[in-house]
Design a protein around this ligand. Structure first.
Ligand code: IPE
Ligand code: IPE
Ligand code: MG
Length: 252
């Protein structure tokens, strides 16, 4: 029987996959619908990816759901996205718990409408014991915002004599980001044929492998996730070393 995950090497999975879920608006437009129809249909793809990552044993999947810059979209679309978030969270709680998935969030959660922030916090609380997969939603998120907040926290720590300027290390920055404690994403997937990062996890993805596909987000399925992971597994990650060094390390 051919299974979607047949060609994946389960011993060499990325621990953390970051996804830019893009192309909902174009998907809807192609079918003569309003943009929100695309967002609604993107929820199925989120489910597929969450299930897929859980089945495989990926530990973290971080989904870019709403960027700081997305606040600049027409008010109707922003409102519709926020209410879609609330209904989806309500509707998925049972499935998250059944699949042992923990919901988490990064971004400026307090900038979300109160109802959204509450529903989100409630779902996070009710799934916090789950251990199979961390599903992280990036909401009202941008790296510029996140890094600026980290700088403010570190500056305050310096002012309060909790740390000296000379003691600030890359690890200090990492520990002050919203993703503190998460492994860095090893694989970044962006759908819809756009080749850019759009202010996403800039610090954390310093050494991530990028995978771009023309598939629009509402069409993204488990087999597409598998293709991205297989592509990732065929790459040589050198981290600044030479190919010969990497080969020697692997035979050790
Ligand atoms: C991604 O799809 C979802 C969000 C940004 C919220 P888009 O809404 O950006 O869809 P396109 O890129 O306009 O097709
Ligand atoms: C990035 O997509 C943000 C999300 C997927 C939530 P956009 O569609 O907003 O990105 P740009 O504007 O095309 O770079
Ligand atoms: Mg887009």
């Amino acid at each position: 029987m051919s299974d979607w995950k047949n060609n994946i090497d389960l011993k060499r999975l990325p621990r953390h996959i970051a996804i830019i879920m893009d192309g909902n608006g174009r998907w809807a437009k192609q079918q003569g619908h309003l943009r929100i129809f695309g967002h609604e249909n993107g929820v199925k793809s989120v489910r597929e990816v969450a299930e897929g990552c859980a089945e495989l044993g990926v530990e973290y999947v971080t989904l870019y759901a709403f960027s700081t810059e997305n606040w600049n979209r027409p008010k109707d679309e922003v409102d519709a996205l926020m209410s879609l978030l609330v209904t989806t969270l309500k509707g998925e709680l049972e499935t998250l718990n059944k699949n042992n998935i923990r919901l988490r969030a990064i971004g400026n959660i307090d900038s979300l409408p109160e109802k959204c922030a509450e529903e989100l916090k409630d779902t996070m609380k009710k799934t916090e014991q789950n251990t199979r997969l961390n599903m992280v939603l990036a909401l009202s998120y941008s790296s510029y915002w996140e890094i600026t907040e980290a700088v403010k926290k570190i500056a305050t720590d310096v002012k309060n004599n909790n740390i000296k300027v000379d003691e600030i290390m890359p690890e200090t920055i990492t520990a002050n980001l919203n993703t503190a404690g998460f492994p860095n994403p090893e694989l970044m997937i962006r759908t819809s044929g756009e080749h850019r990062l759009s202010n996403y996890l800039l610090w954390q993805m310093a050494y991530a492998e990028f995978y771009f596909t023309d598939i629009l987000w509402p069409d993204f399925r488990k087999k597409d996730l598998a293709n991205a992971i297989i592509d990732f597994q065929n790459r040589e990650r050198r981290f600044g070393k030479t190919s010969e060094q990497i080969a020697a390390e692997q035979t050790q």
